[in-house]
Design a binder for this molecule. Structure first.
Ligand code: LLP
Length: 421
């Protein structure tokens, strides 16, 4: 459930009309709902309420400082994957003991930053990383708390570009080698082994792959404990999918996911962490755009809008579906037209939808691309010298610009012309 609903035929974010925001901020823009973000975090938190747990928001989905500040205030932990994300977490008020550091390529600088600034744990993804972390920690006179990310060789049954739990993927160490790697970890003075980490992919729409992975982690917990390791925390990753198409069957709910986690792992006497990103932010955001032209091609009607692939790359990159709705609805029973919804960028891939049934739309009309709160703004670029678009946060009847649209000078003046030119 989200808080983007029609009132008298006009689409609202909570109690604010999107048309009003468009008039004040200009298009295109991202708009997020505080109530939806809060609700989604709370659903996960409640789903695990029977266990010792921490919901660590995966900020890669949406790392705006306002969103992070909201999450920190709700008591969330946070999953970061770079020094930049670590700094964002600290700036938003997360303390080190709530920050989990994931990622396959952590550098010395990033390790130092997190060790000195405070860290809940590093999720170590390889032996060379573990050796380096040990060296960095020893040099600083500190000890790094770690889990090792294991790759359980489970098919997540999601898009190939966002599946991470098969043995051909670059993530984690093969679960078959885990005991060897943990034995090495125990011998390193700069390393404190506290648990196991697993993350098999994103936009999972079934519970079975999670359950298969968690059962393997459970078995490994017993084995590692028998080897003498004090396994007290399991990081179960993120990945629960969201309904992108209202017309399709919805993926399992956080409550169902939580019940499965409790059923599989409830008797292990461990603290559980999860790292959801998409489910918290995805349906808490829309991308609002204006129709520039309606162009009649030989066989198609093109709706050319002022948002483009540089603003929301998911359709171009993953063939992702985003529902598209008019900001002002036509009267019930009105005619529908099949449109190809495209942006102004000079690539055929700059297409948001093909042959999509929509109300008849014209120049100046506003549309909303739904489910755009996760992996939308964070993956945007300035391709075609299109400045990053603003982000707006709504709470009740108020809204605030939480990232402003840069002016063109800001964009141009970032470049430096060498004096010899
Ligand atoms: N933890 C780790 C270690 C991850 O790699 C990810 C996502 C998450 C948590 C959060 O997963 P989520 O709950 O959001 O599914 N750009 C792609 C998604 C990439 C996901 C990468 N890792 C997209 O737009 O679909």
């Amino acid at each position: 459930m989200d808080h983007f609903l029609y009132r008298d035929g006009s689409l609202y974010a909570e109690d604010v009309s999107l048309a009003e925001i468009a008039a004040r901020v200009g298009t295109p823009f991202y708009c997020y709902s505080t109530a939806t973000l809060t609700r989604h975090f709370t659903l996960f938190d409640e789903a695990l309420s029977g266990m010792d747990h921490l919901v660590c928001y995966a900020m890669k989905a949406n790392s705006n400082q306002a969103v992070l500040t909201l999450m920190a205030g709700l008591g969330a932990g946070v999953d970061v994957v770079s020094g930049g994300e670590y700094r964002r977490a600290i700036a938003a008020g997360f303390t080190g003991d709530k920050i989990v550091f994931s990622g396959v390529g952590k550098t010395r600088e990033e390790m130092t930053l997190a060790l000195q600034g405070g860290i809940r744990q590093f999720n170590v993804e390889s032996e060379p990383e573990m050796e380096r972390l040990n060296a960095v920690a020893q040099m600083l006179g500190l000890v790094a708390p770690i889990t090792v990310r294991v790759n359980p060789d489970v098919d997540a049954k999601t898009h190939a570009k966002i599946a991470t739990g098969k043995k051909e993927n670059k993530f984690g160490i093969p679960i078959s080698r885990a005991r060897e790697v943990y034995a090495r970890a125990a011998a390193l003075p700069g390393i404190d082994v506290i648990g196991i980490d697993v993350h098999i992919g994103s936009q999972l729409t079934q519970l079975e792959p999670f359950e298969a992975a968690y059962n393997k982690v459970k078995e490994l917990t017993h084995e590692l404990r028998a080897d003498g390791h004090d396994i007290r925390r399991l990081d179960l990753g993120g990945g629960l999918g969201i309904p992108y198409e209202r017309s399709n069957e919805a993926p399992p709910l956080p409550s169902e996911y939580g019940a499965m986690v409790q059923r599989v792992l409830g008797d292990l006497d461990v603290e559980v962490e999860i790292e959801p990103g998409r489910l918290i932010a995805g349906n808490a955001g829309v991308l609002v755009s204006e129709v520039i032209y309606v162009k009649s091609g030989e066989e198609r009607e093109f709706l050319i809008i002022d948002a483009a692939m540089n603003d929301l790359i998911r359709p171009a990159m993953y063939e992702a579906h985003h529902d598209i709705v008019p900001v002002v609805e036509a009267a019930p029973g009105s005619e529908k037209v099949k449109y190809d919804v495209v942006g102004p960028v000079c690539e055929s891939g700059d297409t948001f939808a093909k042959q999509r049934d929509l109300d008849v739309l014209g120049e100046g009309d506003l549309i909303a691309l739904r489910s755009a709160g996760a992996y939308g703004a964070v993956m945007a670029s300035e391709y075609n010298s299109r400045p990053l678009i603003p982000e707006v946060l709504v709470q009740g009847d108020q809204f605030a610009v939480i990232r402003k649209r840069p002016d063109y000078d800001e964009m141009i003046n970032r470049d430096i012309i060498p004096e010899w030119l």
